[in-house]
Design a protein around this ligand. Structure first.
Ligand code: URA
Length: 238
């Protein structure tokens, strides 16, 4: 990768406009390898560059790949209307660099949500052709029965779908909870499938995407982390 000037580096990482980044640099807010750099034209090999801004350490990343343990009462839409957007949970510069949720969870659904500013990644992860399983733990109003599981595995007809939709896997967790695995990501799919099977979903949590398990990331609700290459590889179907 070619070298980039420091103002471009800061701007690419979401720290504001080029003009603003130049001001930060001139004011001595940026340190690299222990040296304060005040010339915005100073050029650095950007990949993996470690810099300190406002006494906080950052690593240059061409793109960010983030896992968030989404709490309830946050919206995934770009223009949230009734609840704050999930981006408000992340540091402000992620909004500047146009980080977006990969797919959507309902405002009351909790659990694993991927976020990125890599359009190709978002597109690939969202593509129905990739068949990436999404694993949910659903709490039900009425008890989980063998008949309910049978219906979800056999396929249920939703109003605006041309054909019945079936769970790839579905197991009872306890009297009022089941684990359901879906390959599609239709609007309110779990809730609508449960309703179509005669029950009602009272709480929903996404516990895994592909082989990436939320529990393995050890994030409390509202916490997020960068995903490593090894973790990203778990999202690719076998
Ligand atoms: N299915 C739903 O009903 N809601 C979600 O948020 C995700 C899957």
């Amino acid at each position: 990768m070619s070298k980039l000037t420091l103002d471009r580096i800061l701007q690419s990482q979401g720290f504001g406009t080029r003009k603003w980044c130049r001001e930060l640099i001139a004011e001595g807010e940026v340190t690299i390898a222990g040296e304060t750099v005040t010339d915005y034209r100073a050029a650095f090999e950007a990949d993996g560059l470690v810099f300190t801004l406002f006494d906080e350490e950052w690593i240059y990343r061409e793109h960010v790949y983030i896992a968030l343990n989404k709490p309830a009462n946050f919206e995934c839409s770009r223009k949230p209307s009734h609840h704050p957007g999930v981006l408000t949970i992340l540091p402000e510069q992620f909004t500047w660099r146009d980080v977006q949720p990969v797919g959507r969870l309902d405002h009351d659904t909790t659990g694993l949500l991927l976020m990125s500013d890599d359009g190709a990644f978002i597109h690939a992860q969202s593509s129905p052709k990739r068949h990436i399983p999404k694993i949910y733990a659903a709490t039900t109003h009425d008890p989980v029965t063998p008949e309910l599981i049978r219906q979800l595995l056999g396929g249920v007809q939703l109003h605006d779908e041309p054909a019945p939709l079936a769970a790839q896997r579905c197991v009872m967790l306890d009297a009022h909870r089941l684990e359901i695995v879906l390959e599609q990501g239709k609007y309110h799919q779990v809730k609508r499938m449960l309703a179509a099977a005669g029950n009602h979903c009272t709480a929903l949590r996404r516990t895994a995407i592909g082989g990436l398990l939320l529990d393995a990331l050890e994030l409390d609700e509202g916490e997020w982390c960068y995903l490593s290459d090894a973790e990203l590889a778990l999202l690719v179907p076998d």
